[in-house]
Design a protein around this ligand. Structure first.
Ligand SMILES: Nc1ncnc2c1ncn2[C@@H]1O[C@H](COP(=O)(O)OP(=O)(O)OP(=O)(O)O)[C@@H](O)[C@H]1O
Length: 244
């Protein structure tokens, strides 16, 4: 494997008591790519991302960012932008104020807040309270937080969740523009059709790794869809119960 991977996951395993959430998973994320981490509910996506970000300790295996465990990566909070449940804004805060708090914590000038608000299209709503935001606005706000420090790598847990068709289309174009600027994006999703048009590479999980590579090799041209290939790799719901 190359030394230049933005993310490298090797033999990653996580057990919660009797439950093995992630088992012996190995994949790499190459710089400048948009990579979709795909799997059905409970497949181990969030658990994998949490281990990658040092929020959960692997039972075995390693997950590194730019060659180091996240906890040992210098300037990690600036180099890696994260959008994930649990990084919630303070209740009752306006979008702008929440971003200013993050900017201060990251040692960034307040002017950066206006730049990211503009980038995600929330300038006009920035002084409203976040609790009044729609789901789509919350997703944009979470992206704004992730982008504040102008990170090289974005790790986004389910960024398309709850978005309407306009929001999905916006997100797709937005993520592509970020990748065109040279950023690497690792996003998790169970929304296959949304992801199909967005990502360069896919990593398919169902506790174990089922596929890792370019989407063009998994779904080569017409005749097959990502959904069909996905179910071939992870099994249908009925097969899963037989397996269990
Ligand atoms: N803290 C925990 N304690 C016990 N079990 C856990 C814990 N966190 C996750 N699990 C279990 O690990 C498995 C993987 O969960 P995980 O949240 O990683 O899946 P996911 O792919 O992100 O699913 P979703 O799409 O629903 O978010 C599930 O069986 C879940 O119940």
């Amino acid at each position: 494997m190359s030394d230049t991977a933005a993310v490298s996951v090797r033999g990653l395993t996580k057990r919660f008591g009797e439950v093995t959430a992630v088992e012996d998973v190995t994949f790499e994320v190459r710089p400048g790519r948009i990579v979709g981490l795909l799997g059905r509910n409970g497949a181990g996506k969030t658990t994998s991302l949490r281990m990658l970000l040092g929020l959960s300790r692997p039972s075995s295996g390693t997950a590194t960012v730019f060659g180091r465990p996240y906890a040992d990566l210098p300037d990690a909070a600036r180099r890696v932008g994260v959008s994930m449940d649990g990084i919630a804004p303070m209740p009752g805060t306006s979008g702008r104020r929440d971003l200013r708090i993050w900017a201060r914590m990251l040692g960034l000038p307040a002017t950066r807040v206006d730049e990211v608000l503009d980038k995600v299209g929330l300038t006009g709503s920035a002084d409203r309270k976040i609790k009044g935001y729609s789901t789509g606005m919350r997703q944009r706000h979470a992206l704004a937080v992730a982008l504040l420090a102008d990170p090289e790598l974005l790790v986004l847990d389910e960024p398309a969740n709850g978005l309407d068709p306009d929001g999905i289309r916006w997100l797709r174009t937005f993520l592509r523009s970020l990748a065109d600027e040279g950023r690497t994006i690792l996003l998790s999703s169970h929304l296959l059709s949304e992801v199909e048009q967005t990502v360069d590479d896919v990593v398919i999980l169902q506790r174990t790794l089922r596929y890792s590579g370019p989407i063009s090799e998994l779904v080569p041209g017409s005749g097959t869809s990502l959904e069909e290939r996905f179910f071939e790799l992870v099994g249908t719901e009925a097969e899963r119960h037989v397996d269990a």
